[in-house]
Design a protein around this ligand. Structure first.
Ligand code: FAD
Length: 364
């Protein structure tokens, strides 16, 4: 698309915001439904390269340490993974997404950041840092990476050590010689605890005792977990991560951590001090680093003018897979709530493309 075209407000039927797993799946299905990229719909993404948030994941997250990256529709991941599980996810997945975009000629416009979306009656106005779009519908697939979540604790501003979030983590070697407090009970917390505890002193803190899951995770349990999150968003409640329902798998790495004593978890502190943390009973601990592995929230700030939120902080979702926003049916959220996984994003992209094109009378 030429820079000249981009300077004028461009009329399209649909814009897909975000080219991660969810956005690419939606774009693929829009094409299959007969919509043409750059004419009927456009995918925009703020990242410099293909790969969604995978391009930013820490180097030690490899294809053997991710849960599983599901194939995007129509092109298998296998050959891009190179048959080698030790390859970095931040390399293999972007490589795959780039090939996917080319293979299906999806023509993602990047880097392009959507700043704000406003209601203009029949149409929606999508303001980006490069161009202005006037569209009839939106598939929003902006993920969570842009919104790391750190809970508020008294005294946080007084802490003299280093405060980090999962998304800042690069390598355990950065922490050698320092006492690291790791906060959070999810998979990322446990994986980083494993790596950091092998090179330096760690303390692990979680709000509730971690729920361990013995044995492989069967599909029924997966479906039940997704259904619980789906129920929440259909009721307009803020989603919870799917893994919070599924529990943590006991892998050989976890067994080894148990033997090393690394998994002796402490309850949550109530206060942060200049040198560490303090518990309600007055017990204190000095640490050099607080690493918050406390997850992410959906990156939806650009949708604020559409006033789609409920008082609970959630968004009431409807449609076959709960991708459609009840308060504004022109808007679908994919990779949100029950579809916040690679397989969920695939399915949500398909459902959103079909329902939105039907709603807008666009399907061939
Ligand atoms: C550490 C980690 C490991 C994970 N491992 C697994 C796993 O093994 N298996 C699994 O199924 N799931 C895993 N997940 C979850 C999974 O990565 C996501 O649910 C999935 O990839 C869905 O991606 P997405 O398209 O919703 O978001 P993303 O991949 O985050 O893509 C969102 C895209 O939107 C763009 N964007 C954001 N805001 C804007 C804006 N305002 N304007 C324009 N573009 C914007 C971003 O640049 C990005 O490219 C993991 C998550 C994390 C954090």
């Amino acid at each position: 698309m030429s820079e000249q075209t981009l300077r004028a407000a461009l009329k399209l039927d649909v814009v897909v915001i975000g080219a991660g797993q969810a956005g690419l799946s939606a774009a693929h299905h829009l094409r299959k439904l007969g919509l043409e990229p750059e004419k009927d719909f456009l995918v925009v993404d703020q990242a410099p390269q293909p790969g969604g948030a995978w391009q930013y994941r820490w180097p030690s997250l490899t294809l053997s340490t991710v849960n599983r990256v599901h194939d995007l529709p129509g092109l298998a991941f296998g050959e891009f993974a190179g048959g080698d599980d030790s390859v970095r996810a931040s390399v293999a997945v972007p490589h795959y997404f780039a090939a996917y975009e080319t293979h299906f000629d999806l023509r993602v416009l990047r880097p392009t950041t959507v700043k704000v979306v406003c209601d203009r009656g029949e149409r929606l106005r999508v303001e980006t840092d490069r161009a202005l779009f006037s569209v009839r519908g939106i598939i929003n697939a902006t993920g969570t990476w842009e919104r790391p979540y750190i809970p508020k604790y008294p005294g946080a501003a007084t802490f003299k050590g280093q405060t980090l979030h999962t998304r800042d983590f690069r390598t355990a070697g950065d922490f050698v010689g320092r006492h690291v407090l790791i906060v959070g009970g999810g998979i990322s917390a446990v994986q980083l605890l494993d790596q950091i505890s092998q090179v330096t002193r760690t303390t692990w803190v979680t709000r509730t005792p971690p729920r361990w899951r013995d044995g492989p995770f069967d599909e029924d349990a997966g479906r039940r977990a997704v259904a619980m999150v789906e129920e929440r968003v259909r009721a307009g409640l803020p989603p919870r991560p799917v893994v919070s329902v599924t529990g943590l798998p006991v892998t050989p790495a976890i067994e080894a951590m148990r033997k090393r004593g690394t998994l002796d978890r402490q309850s949550m502190f109530s206060e942060i001090t200049p040198t560490g943390v303090r518990w309600p009973d007055g017990r204190a601990l000095d640490v050099d680093v607080i690493l918050w592995c406390t997850g992410f929230r959906s990156a939806l700030d650009h949708l604020a003018p559409l006033q789609i939120w409920e008082e609970s902080g959630g968004i009431t979702m409807t449609g076959r897979l709960a991708t459609q926003v009840a308060k504004d049916p022109r808007l679908h959220l994919v990779g949100y709530g029950p579809s916040a996984s690679t397989i969920g994003a695939n399915r949500a992209g398909a459902a959103a493309a079909r329902e939105l094109t039907t709603f807008l009378n666009l399907a061939e």
